[in-house]
Design a protein around this ligand. Structure first.
Ligand SMILES: Nc1ncnc2c1ncn2[C@@H]1O[C@H](COP(=O)(O)OP(=O)(O)O)[C@@H](O)[C@H]1O
Ligand SMILES: [Mg+2]
Length: 340
């Protein structure tokens, strides 16, 4: 008898005692499996009561850690969102470990609500969430199928159910992301077909064996009204994540990150100009957080391109990379200003 442990690809350690019959070839097959889906997990040999399952060496857990690290690195701010995503990931990692020991419990309910203004990162985080759910085997593909009311509700009697079912079928095995979900609910019109959509979704969301995760997204205040008016739905959505508007400082950081990821940079005057731009833009109607930043950066690139072409001289790498104050002050928000 030896106290050496075999580490399988899935990170569980089995004592290599005489009873090696159950440490079959199964383990090497598991090692090469890119993603363990639920069915696969269910078929696995149950670990002995005194075995160990090590999350720190588990492959799926490692993929989750990678996704969480990318979320940290690529998204500015969003502290509480990142914490909640981490919490959900932990819950699932432990659920998965429990399954290895044959500890059955119901599949965790994973439907979620992402409440926040436009451009606060809801779609981006949904993609990351899908990667996590996939790595842990709760969905078959790390896919997000985004829909709005028009994709679900038909114009005429009898058209809604097939439309909704088609959307669900497309999303099956992944995430169905319902943007501005509250438009499904029109209390002023009790014959509205949106109600039918909600009922079909409810049935689908209750299905224990199903592998569809639904994320409802939209403005916080309207989401709250939507859920309180639909208690049946609300009780099946245990995870509510709030996305706050970004501060001015966070938006400047987001701009820097976006610019750098496209191999551009602001020179010092340009960064000051962009900061001033944001101060003004935040006061304007339809300000959409990071989305407005992305649009503004894209327009600065257009102005930079025009400026460079008009230089009519050979360009250096530095020219091509740099966004200058001129590229920012060209915005209509500065029209009429006496600017350099
Ligand atoms: N915290 C952040 N850091 C960096 N970029 C962000 C952040 N939040 C959002 N973005 C970027 O802003 C844009 C809009 O984000 P998105 O996820 O579509 O927002 P929403 O779905 O809430 O409207 C995307 O290009 C996204 O990459
Ligand atoms: Mg979105």
């Amino acid at each position: 008898m030896t106290d050496v442990e075999t580490t399988t690809g899935f990170g569980f350690h089995r004592p290599t005692a005489g009873t090696s019959a159950d440490t079959s070839a199964h383990t090497s097959a598991d090692t090469s499996a890119g993603a363990a889906d639920m069915a696969e997990l269910d078929e696995q040999v149950t670990l002995a009561d005194d075995a160990e399952f090590d999350l720190t060496t588990d492959e799926a857990a490692a993929r989750v850690e990678q996704t969480l690290a990318a979320l940290e690195a690529e998204l500015v701010g969003l502290g509480s969102v990142k914490r909640r995503v981490r919490e959900i990931a932990s819950l699932l990692q432990v659920d998965r470990a429990r399954r290895q020991f044959g500890l059955t419990s119901s599949r965790p309910t994973l439907h979620m609500s992402f409440a926040g203004g436009p451009g606060t990162g809801k779609t981006t985080v949904a993609l990351r969430m899908a990667a996590i759910l996939h790595a842990l085997g709760y969905i078959r593909a790390p896919r997000v199928h985004t829909v709005t009311r028009d994709d679900l509700v038909g114009q005429f009697i009898g058209h809604t159910a097939p439309k909704t079912k088609e959307a669900i079928a497309r999303a099956a095995g992944g995430v169905l992301f319902i943007d501005e979900a509250y438009y499904l609910f029109r209390p002023e019109n009790e014959r509205d077909y949106g109600q039918e959509v909600i009922e079909i979704l409810l049935t689908e969301m209750e299905n224990e064996r199903g592998d569809l995760v639904v994320i409802f997204a939209g403005y916080p205040d309207r989401m709250a009204i939507f859920f309180s008016a639909n208690p049946g739905l609300s009780s099946r959505v245990p995870h509510h994540i709030e996305f706050e508007d970004y501060s001015h400082g966070e938006l400047v950081q987001i701009a820097d990150l976006m610019v750098a990821s496209e191999n551009f940079r602001f020179d010092n005057e340009a960064r000051a100009a962009f900061s001033e731009y944001l101060t003004r833009r935040m006061e304007q109607p339809r300000f959409s957080n990071a989305r407005s930043v992305r649009n503004a950066v894209e327009r600065s690139r257009l102005r930079q391109a025009r400026r460079l072409v008009e230089l009519r001289r050979p360009l250096r790498k530095d020219d091509l990379v740099t966004l200058t104050a001129e590229d920012i002050y060209g915005s209509s928000l500065f029209v009429g200003d006496a600017k350099p």
